[in-house]
Design a protein. Structure first.
Length: 317
């Protein structure tokens, strides 16, 4: 039998993992999405093989049923992208794939926003259905002999959907009554998972800040023969957005990370992109200071601690 324990990690009420466990809710977002690709039939692959003197069984090929660049379809994918960005921007990672951790105080905001996205997606699906016959006609011309009417639904309805739920990550209460020992083991397992969630959050913040700082530093550093590099306002704006998100989601688990975020924020505070473009001295100063932050972040990425969860297997009889 395998049990989980946590070594050298105090799980008292005020530690970051316990605090995260107490204040967060698990949330999951999932989509229903019409798959617009179809694999070619064996006969079609054999035809391709004949044209290239290749064996059909070694050929993998598919076709798109519709032009996914069509405005009506791109509207749907745009909504999906915005949902994913909102979900990830408001939450922290968790150890289970597809689940993230949301502050309980943000549940109402999250629910209201996702319901708005659901309405948008429903309307966008209706808009796609309104031009569906035209899109199919275009596909018939573009696909030629690969077009198969049987690949297409009669209408675009209930093919796109957005759902979300709040799955429980805690051991069920009835387990304490039925099997107290198993319940205690489950409590240890959940505690260890939240320890891992803290580590994942730290890694995600370090990696994101490192990427943003490295990009801005590279843009501010002169190119060959001292040539200035072009950079967008977003190179600074994205850092500002990160600081705001870090402030709201930070669980205070890593003093070094907190200090580096504060240092980076102080470096760019009040610095306008236009000033960086026009003042060479300012460019060099900001680049040099951010370079120091980057070096420290690189060290954190290299020295990232391994999981503090230790697995013990009981010896066999």
């Amino acid at each position: 039998m395998t049990t989980l324990t946590v070594r050298d990690v105090p799980l008292h009420h005020d530690d970051p993992a316990a605090r995260l466990r107490r204040t967060a809710a698990a949330v999951r977002v999932h989509f229903t999405w019409w798959g617009v690709r179809r694999a070619l039939s064996n006969a079609q692959k054999e035809e391709i093989g004949d044209a290239y003197a290749a064996e059909a069984r070694l050929i993998s090929a598919s076709k798109k049923l519709i032009d996914t660049r069509h405005e009506a379809f791109r509207k749907l994918t745009g909504i999906r992208t915005r949902v994913q960005q909102f979900w990830r921007g408001l939450t922290l990672p968790y150890v289970e794939a597809g689940i993230r951790l949301l502050r309980q105080s943000d549940i109402e905001l999250f629910t209201h926003t996702l319901q708005g996205f659901q309405e948008e997606l429903t309307q966008a699906e209706a808009d796609l259905n309104a031009v569906y016959e035209s899109i199919k006609g275009d596909a018939r011309q573009r696909l030629g002999r690969l077009y198969d009417a049987g690949d297409y639904p009669s209408e675009i309805r209930h093919l796109f959907a957005l759902d979300f739920d709040f799955p429980s990550v805690e051991p069920p209460a009835y387990l304490l009554r039925l099997a107290p020992d198993v319940y205690r083991q489950e409590q240890q397992r959940v505690a260890a998972r939240f320890e891992e969630a803290v580590r994942l959050a730290e890694q995600a913040f370090v990696a994101e800040l490192s990427q943003l700082v490295a990009h801005l530093t590279e843009r501010l550093t002169a190119g060959p023969e001292g040539a200035k590099k072009v950079f967008r306002d977003s190179a600074v704006g994205n850092l500002t957005e990160f600081f705001e998100r870090f402030r709201s989601l930070n669980i205070g688990s890593n003093a070094q990370l907190d200090a580096l975020v504060e240092q980076a924020q102080q470096i760019v505070r009040g610095v306008e992109p236009q000033a960086l473009r026009g003042q060479e001295g300012l460019r060099q100063q900001v680049a040099a200071q951010l370079g120091q932050v980057q070096a420290a972040l690189d060290g954190m990425l290299i020295d990232a601690p391994r999981r503090r969860i230790v697995r013990h297997s009981e010896p066999r009889a």
